[in-house]
Design a binder for this molecule. Structure first.
Ligand code: ZN
Length: 703
């Protein structure tokens, strides 16, 4: 690992932030990012950094402050406002105490914040308080953990880093670790860093560059040591399968997602679903296919800090997996049941003598490793799942290497459990979000068109993750980017899919399963129009319209139901039908009959699927022209003709339609989206129903 420090970049950071935040905090943010961008040092919110500097209080007096990374904030992207400022002097006095409870420590950290609007300070704040240095850098470097997590860990570390670094055994974070690190420093004040076994490295200095470069030097020494001793072959291959990992994953993911949903306690929406991030690169596959995988999977995490994201151990599902879906479900269900028993035993073993901090956590795995298929990592959002997956990829890599060198020996289960049930650790995850569609995946066909885009956008605002499918890859790309920019990375996935092609629909749903783990709400929305009187309608035109509007609806529902059944969590199908189903108009025979067929199909599906808690409802919308800058393809087809026949200009059509409905409402794609959200969140026990979204058109009242 090389130093990424460049004076030019450091000056640029001062230019950018110095005036507002001061030179030191600008440099603090700069070198924190240098640590953050190195995934072999820290992953997603791991590690922390601090600065001690003077700041002004309300009386314009200078007081010493500690600027410490906010809990859960990512070092890679941290800015000066990602640091919490604390009143340093009263916190220093805490060193005089013999012990400090978790609650008291939290209280003190709250009490001495200089800006309550800043993020919560890191749980390792007191360690930064008790060391005297102005700049302190802390990481959970892979290379160091690889050495530390071996039976002779301390000896190996000592050989690798030499005498200029103090090495401490694992100590619980918070007050105990802060005290021990401060004492160790005072005993040997000339060291360049302190390593805490099974945890990480702290370096410190009075200038940003030296603190950072000492950090890199120590980690590099560990890396060189590992490189020189790395065995040629790390694991013994033991498993082969004919089926590709991608195909297997598409079969496995929805079943697993169903098994890992927690009861929510809400009878109308009884499941709290998780999102998947699936990994199966060569390194992951060679791990899961190895003889050693079963034993290494259940060994503890690289550092107890990871427990919040990955649970204390992974679920390893031994292959081969049954081909048929019922057999597959039974096999996976047994594996999850065994995991739960193992987890419960681990918690009971290590918490019997003490009371649990907070309530008991759910016993379900977050990481599932399957031979031939890879790593299935889960979180409450895609983002959380990605974090768990990134940690897992590093974990498998380091476990394999440590095992091959001399054995993998992580921190004890007792230490891991203690940290898992530390409230401050759980707080890093943040509270459960509270939107109507949290945890749900909504798949919308024709997602890049005006109505599809409006539906997708509204569902995302209600907390959903979305898969938008479309035949037009360029539009799809454009719309997906727009959505991600507005709602955060990972929340939308564009999939090119032709609803008229069976294989394409299957492939689209398979992709949704690999990407998010499955789907919960299916919205057949893709549609095209054709203007012709029945007497003049060409067979080919009718067939084309029927293929998209009716066959497309059918194929989407059929494939969607397969996924919903694999999950076993019920679900919603919401068909975007049309006002024309009840209120037809002339020249629109192909469109109206295709929509009426899809509408009828929905009613039949509602009858057939109710026993499985799958609801099917229809939306009859009318006259939607565009959503943001996404124009309606349908109105591009029929608009000019309609305008002409009514003696209007094209841009007068929206007002014309508006004047036609009872509420004089301009109907938007967002209104259709609201109707989808209403059905998708199960607030009423409704299936087989039609909801008009048309401003009130008497001839189209449902009957
Ligand atoms: Zn740490």
């Amino acid at each position: 690992m090389e130093s990424r420090w460049y004076d030019r970049d450091a000056s640029a950071a001062i230019d950018r932030w110095g005036e507002r935040y001061g030179r030191d905090l600008a440099l603090r943010a700069y070198s924190s990012q240098l640590i953050g961008v190195e995934p072999d040092l820290v992953l997603h919110g791991g590690g922390n950094t601090s600065l001690k500097a003077l700041t002004k209080n309300i009386f314009d007096e200078e007081i010493p402050a500690l600027f410490i990374k906010g809990s859960g904030i990512d070092l890679a992207t941290i800015q000066p406002d990602g640091f919490a400022a604390l009143d340093l002097d009263p916190l220093k006095r805490l060193r005089n105490l013999c012990a400090l409870s978790e609650a008291d420590m939290s209280n003190q950290l709250w009490l001495h914040r200089l800006n309550p609007a800043a993020p919560s300070p890191s749980v390792e704040t007191l360690l930064h308080v008790f060391l005297p240095h102005r700049f302190i850098d802390h990481s959970h470097a892979d290379a160091l953990l690889c050495l530390s997590n071996q039976p002779e860990g301390e000896t190996l570390l000592r050989e690798a880093v030499g005498d200029a670094v103090t090495i401490l055994p694992y100590i619980m974070p918070g007050f105990p670790l802060a005290m021990q690190v401060a004492l160790a420093f005072e005993k040997r004040p000339n060291v360049t860093g302190i390593i805490v076994a099974h945890h990480g490295l702290f370096t410190f200095y009075d200038d940003a560059r030296t603190a950072y470069e000492n950090h890199i030097a120590i980690v590099s020494a560990c890396e060189r040591f590992l490189k020189a001793r790395r065995p040629k072959c790390l694991l013994t291959p033991a498993y082969r399968t004919e089926e590709s990992a991608g195909r297997l994953a598409a079969r496995i993911a929805p079943v697993l997602r169903g098994l890992l949903a927690k009861p929510s306690g809400d009878p109308d929406a009884p499941h709290r679903r998780l999102l998947l991030d699936w990994r199966a690169d060569e390194e992951v596959l060679s791990f899961v296919n190895s003889q050693e995988a079963a034993a290494l999977s259940v060994a503890g995490p690289l550092t107890p800090d990871h427990v919040t994201r990955t649970k204390p151990f992974a679920l390893f599902v031994a292959g081969p997996l049954p081909e048929v879906s019922e057999g597959l479900r039974a096999h996976l269900k047994q594996a999850v049941t065994d995991y739960v028993a193992r987890y419960e035993a681990y918690v009971s073993r290590h918490t019997a003598s003490k009371s649990l901090g907070g309530s008991r956590l759910d016993p379900l795995p977050r990481v599932v490793l399957i031979p031939g298929a890879g790593a299935f990592c889960f979180g409450r959002t895609k983002r959380e799942a990605v974090v768990a997956a990134d940690i897992t990829v590093h974990t498998l890599r380091i476990k394999a290497l440590a095992h091959a060198m001399g054995g993998y020996k992580p921190a004890s289960d007792e230490h891991v459990c203690e940290l898992e049930y530390w409230n401050l650790q759980q707080a890093k995850l943040g509270s459960e979000a509270d939107h109507l569609l949290d945890g749900q995946v909504v798949l919308v066909t024709g997602g890049a068109g005006a109505i599809g885009y409006g539906i997708v956008k509204t569902c995302m605002e209600a907390g959903a993750h979305v898969v938008l499918t479309d035949v037009d890859s360029v539009r799809l790309e454009h719309v997906t980017q727009r959505l991600e920019a507005a709602h955060g990375r990972g929340k939308a996935r564009g999939v090119v899919m032709d609803v008229t092609d069976e294989a394409s629909v299957q492939a689209g749903f398979a992709e949704a399963c690999r990407h998010y783990g499955g789907v919960d709400v299916i919205v057949p929305n893709a549609g095209i129009a054709h203007v012709a009187q029945v007497a003049d309608l060409k067979t080919a035109d009718l067939e084309r319209v029927m293929a998209v509007n009716f066959l497309g609806t059918f194929l989407t529902i059929r494939e969607g139901v397969r996924v919903l059944r694999a999950q076993g969590l019920g679900g919603n199908i919401v068909i975007n039908a049309s006002k024309n189903v009840f209120g037809p108009g002339k020249d629109f025979g192909a469109y109206s009959s295709s929509k009426a067929a899809g509408h009828q199909l929905g009613k039949v599906a509602a009858i057939e699927l109710a026993a499985e808690e799958i609801r099917v409802n229809m939306i009859n919308a009318d006259a939607i022209f565009s959503e943001d800058e996404v124009a309606s393809g349908l109105w591009a087809t029929v608009g000019p003709e309609r305008a002409k026949s009514r003696g209007l200009k094209l841009d007068e059509l929206p007002d014309y339609y508006r004047s036609r409905n009872l509420l004089r409402a301009r109907v938007t794609a967002r209104h259709v989206g609201n109707a989808v959200v209403f059905f998708a969140c199960n607030r009423t026990p409704t299936t087989g129903a039609t909801l008009p979204v048309d401003g009130g058109v008497v001839e189209a009242f449902p009957r």
